[in-house]
Design a binder for this molecule. Structure first.
Ligand code: 8YV
Length: 312
């Protein structure tokens, strides 16, 4: 007999297909009357499959009395009330370790993208303007200082890459790194003052909400570049847009925003930014491995063997 699972928002088609083969899939996003749907089906739903950027709303979790497992396609748990899950003995799984390299790669791509003006130079060439004037100069990465906010798996992978570019590495983290050359800072303000590039790699949960504000951006300064591969919620977007409009910082490379995919329209008018539609983990190889992880966690759980990658 197929188990009942609930899918909150669309997943990649290949994953949906596999889940459909093995489970009785309910798709929340297709329900027009959620209350009626829950009334009829909530009691039999033992697992939820969701995305890192979507999570599971607290009221929905509360409305699923039989829930045992939340399998996240991603590593972000900011959209899930982990303590409520713990209280109810609900296991939460993430695609731990799978997307680390891709997210770190994109952070470096954004650093180079902004400092070497990759997108603007491409547009310059395509427009034919090269025949009229020389291209603008960019800025170096080598020898510059990178400050990484959050030295978890992703932050450390970014730091290693930056060290490979001969950058000086600073970071903020609750735990000290054993890496001898990396300098630890006590708070974000000090880290921003140190940084030519300030890279955000912290969870998007409540304690980090809007931690980058006008004060931090002013500490980063006119020659500073902000990179965000964490969550839009970590940044006060009004303050960031104002700083970019006034050239209070040099630029920003952003993969994440508040209210994705309906982002603040003022971003599109900024020329000192490189903007990505939340694609840091979006490579074929990684997305396939993430999908397999969700499948394996559900299979392990329902076979009574336990989840493969539960949140630690
Ligand atoms: C994914 C993410 O883009 O891991 C996360 O938390 O936000 C991203 O890797 C997302 O989960 C897929 O939509």
């Amino acid at each position: 007999m197929k188990q009942d699972i609930l899918i909150i928002q669309p997943l990649m088609p290949e994953l949906s297909e596999v889940l459909h083969q093995h489970y009785h899939c309910h798709r929340l996003y297709e329900q027009t009357d959620v209350a009626a749907f829950l009334e009829e089906h909530a009691g039999k739903i033992k697992a939820v499959a969701t995305r890192g950027d979507v999570g599971l709303a607290a009221d929905l979790m509360a409305a699923l009395p039989a829930l045992e497992l939340i399998a996240v396609f991603g590593v972000g748990t900011d959209g899930i009330d982990l303590s409520a899950a713990r209280d109810r003995d609900i296991t939460v799984t993430i695609t731990s370790g799978i997307l680390t390299d891709d997210v770190a790669d994109l952070a470096l791509a954004l650093m180079l993208g902004v400092s070497r003006q990759i997108v603007a130079q491409d547009a310059f060439l395509r427009s034919g303007a090269w025949q009229e004037r020389p291209p603008q100069l960019g800025y170096k990465l080598c020898g510059k200082r990178v400050g990484i906010m959050g030295l978890g798996k992703i932050g450390a992978a970014i730091a290693r890459r930056c060290a490979g570019f001969d950058m000086q590495v600073g970071y903020c983290n609750s735990r000290q790194s054993s890496e001898p050359g990396w300098q630890r800072f006590g708070d974000l303000h000090q880290l921003a003052q140190f940084s030519d590039f300030l890279v955000l790699a912290v969870p998007g949960d409540e304690r980090n909400r809007k931690m980058v504000d006008a004060d931090i951006l002013s500490a980063l300064g006119k020659e500073g570049i902000l990179i965000n591969v964490a969550r839009g919620a970590v940044v006060n977007e009004d303050d960031l847009i104002e700083a970019l409009q006034n050239h209070a910082i040099r630029g920003a490379g952003l993969d994440v925003f508040d209210n994705e995919p309906t982002i603040d329209t003022r971003f599109a008018a900024l020329t000192n930014t490189v903007l990505m539609p939340h694609i840091a983990s979006a490579t074929v190889e990684t997305r396939q491995a993430m999908a397999q992880n969700v499948v394996d966690n559900l299979a392990g759980w329902f076979a009574g063997k336990g989840a493969v990658t539960p949140v630690e």
